[in-house]
Each structure stands twice: as C-alpha cells, then as structure tokens.
Design a protein around this ligand. Structure first.
Ligand SMILES: *[C@@H]1O[C@H](CO)[C@@H](O)[C@H](O)[C@H]1NC(C)=O
Length: 335
C-alpha cells in the first residue's frame, strides 16, 4: 500500500511535470497564417518610419506603394516600426491612427493585412494602444504585436520586438519616457524572445526565412549597428539559415552583406522624413546599396527565388537584388 501510494504520487508528479514542460516544446510566439497566391508564391511591400500625418512625403510614398502593390498583386504589407510619430499613440482614441495610417494608405492594393512591429518612438506613447485589438475594429488591416510569426507557407516571417534590447533607452533615455509595461523584468523578457525565436526558426519548415525588427543589426546611417542585436540576435539568425534581416530605424534604404555572414541586412525606413545626410561605412565591398531618401521595398518569393526591389518617392526603381536556390526536392523531383 505504502509503495503503491508512493509510485502513484510519483507518477502524478511526473505527469504534471510533463504537462508543465509540454508547452515549452513548441514555439510560443503567436503565429498568423497568411495564404500565399494560388501558385504558392508571395509578394509584399516593406515600409518603415512613416506615421507623420502625410507630411515629409509620406503621402507620396503611400501613393507609389499603391501603384507597385497593384502591379505585384501583393499579399500583405510589412511595417518595420516607428508607426506613429513623434511619440506613438496617446491612447486608443488618438486620431493619429486615422491621420497617419487609415487616411494615408488608401490605395485598393494596400487593403491587405499589415504586419507591424513597434519602434522606439511607438514605445514613447501608450504602447498598449498600438497593440490593442480595438484598432483592428477601426481598420481591419492593422496587425501589430510585440513578437510574432507570419506563416505564408513558402516563407515564414519572424517579427521581433527590438526596442527593449537597446541599453541606452534604459540607462540614458535623454529626457524621453518609454512605456515599458509588459517588458519588465527586462532580462527575462529578452531571454524569452531569443528562446522563442530560436525555437520558431528551428522548427520552421519554410523554404525562406525572414526576420523583421525595428533596429538595424548593420547600418551605415546615423544610428549605425545595434551592438545588442549583433551580440544577442545575429548568432541565432546565422545558426538558423535566415535569408533576410529587415529593419527600419534609420530613415534610408540600404542593403549590406558581408563575407562573414550569409544574411542580407536590409533597411527600409524611408516611409516619411529622410535625407539625414549621414553615411559611415568602412567596408565598401559589403555595401550593396544605400539611398538616403524616402522610399520603400518590395519582396517577391517563389519556391526557388527571392527578389527585392527598392523604390524612391516617385516609384522609380533604385536597386534590385535577387537570389535563387536549387532545392533538394527539385533535384529529386524535377518539375
Ligand atoms: C519630397 O520629394 C520631392 C521629390 O519628389 C523632393 O524634392 C522633396 O525634397 C521631398 N520632401 C521632403 C520633405 O523630403
């Protein structure tokens, strides 16, 4: 009797232990399913650093996004953050939402899901307002979360909340206040992101993996490389065969790739105010493209190819890059 009791309670302990461990075996990031086109391909636009009530050429960029979006029959739009200037939204009723988003991106082709991360300026307002499902009830395109996954079958996009990684916002906020609700304790918040991202990337069966954050890992413009991301995020991306890391923060367009890393480092932060007039990059062979002005980027992905194109405020093509890969399954079963 005594030993039976002992075994019984031990197995209860073990079962509850297994149950408590079980959820951790799966990626904990929220996953949004995004249907691809009927041929399995996807295309989308990437814009960053934009919400200025149409000023600083935001409206002109929006118009061109509409034109290119129609031509490409895009599936969705990605925002790399700094969605509402100068200080995010004051509350869920802040008219900035309509003035900087709904009333600006009016083209029919842009009436698609917008997958949105937060930037540092968004954290200076009521950060939970931008995350609120209430915004979606006013404009169903708005899908903004801190860190999440968009699964488009052929490609998976991993959105990472990079603002809490930056030490300076905590140690030397320079008179700015940040709304850190939901972020503290900071150490465990960051560790959870890194663990979940690593797990999500590892489990991904997508042919193409893209990671999106607000802050650059590498940039030649005023903000430069984000050292916290270089040390904490980059090793995870490299270990998991990520193809693109896409960010905003610097108000420019750029593509960097180094001989030390297979990743393309892409900045699309030209959604409104630009022309910073700053450039500092030591290895010209790594700088594939840099443009200091307004614009945006498009991405087209098929089973074997990925192509990106950068556009200026008038919709002119500034730069193109593409890559293809011979997939193992294509070698086995040529079509
Ligand atoms: C807006 O774009 C035009 C080019 O179409 C440029 O001449 C002008 O300087 C830009 N305005 C701002 C505020 O950047």
């Amino acid at each position: 009797m005594g030993s039976k009791f002992g075994i019984g309670s031990l197995s209860i302990v073990m079962i509850s232990l297994l149950l408590s461990l079980a959820p951790k075996l799966e990626a904990e990031l929220t996953t949004v399913e995004q249907a691809p086109k009927s041929d399995g391909s996807i295309s989308f636009l990437v814009i960053g650093d934009w919400g200025r009530r149409g000023f600083y050429n935001q409206s002109q960029v929006a118009l061109q996004m509409g034109r290119i979006g129609e031509k490409m029959d895009i599936n969705f739009v990605v925002s790399t953050g700094d969605n509402i200037y100068d200080n995010g939204m004051k509350s869920i009723d802040d008219p900035a939402f309509q003035l900087s988003f709904t009333n600006i991106y009016t083209s029919p082709s842009l009436q698609k899901p917008w997958y949105i991360v937060l930037g540092n300026h968004d954290y200076r307002g009521d950060v939970e307002a931008q995350l609120s499902p209430f915004l979606r009830s006013m404009d169903s395109r708005w899908i903004c979360m801190r860190s999440f996954i968009v699964d488009a079958e052929i490609a998976e996009l991993f959105f990472v909340d990079t603002t809490p990684f930056v030490d300076a916002y905590f140690l030397n906020p320079q008179g700015q206040t940040y709304d850190w609700r939901g972020v503290s304790p900071r150490e465990s918040y960051l560790q959870t992101i890194l663990t979940d991202l690593d797990m999500g990337l590892r489990e991904s069966r997508a042919k193409w993996k893209i990671v999106v954050g607000h802050h650059a890992i590498k940039s030649a413009s005023i903000h430069g490389n984000t050292k916290e991301l270089e040390s904490l995020l980059l090793p995870i991306l490299e270990a998991n065969n990520v193809h693109l890391y896409v960010n905003g923060h610097d108000h420019c367009l750029q593509q960097i790739s180094t001989s030390q890393s297979p990743i393309q480092f892409i900045t699309s932060g030209g959604g409104s105010k630009a022309w910073r007039g700053y450039y500092n990059w030591k290895t010209p062979e790594d700088m594939k493209f840099f443009y200091d002005g307004q614009g945006f980027m498009s991405v087209k992905i098929t089973r074997t190819e990925m192509g990106i194109v950068f556009y200026d405020v008038s919709g002119n093509i500034l730069h193109k890059w593409d890559t293809s890969k011979m997939l193992y399954t294509d070698l086995e079963f040529p079509l």
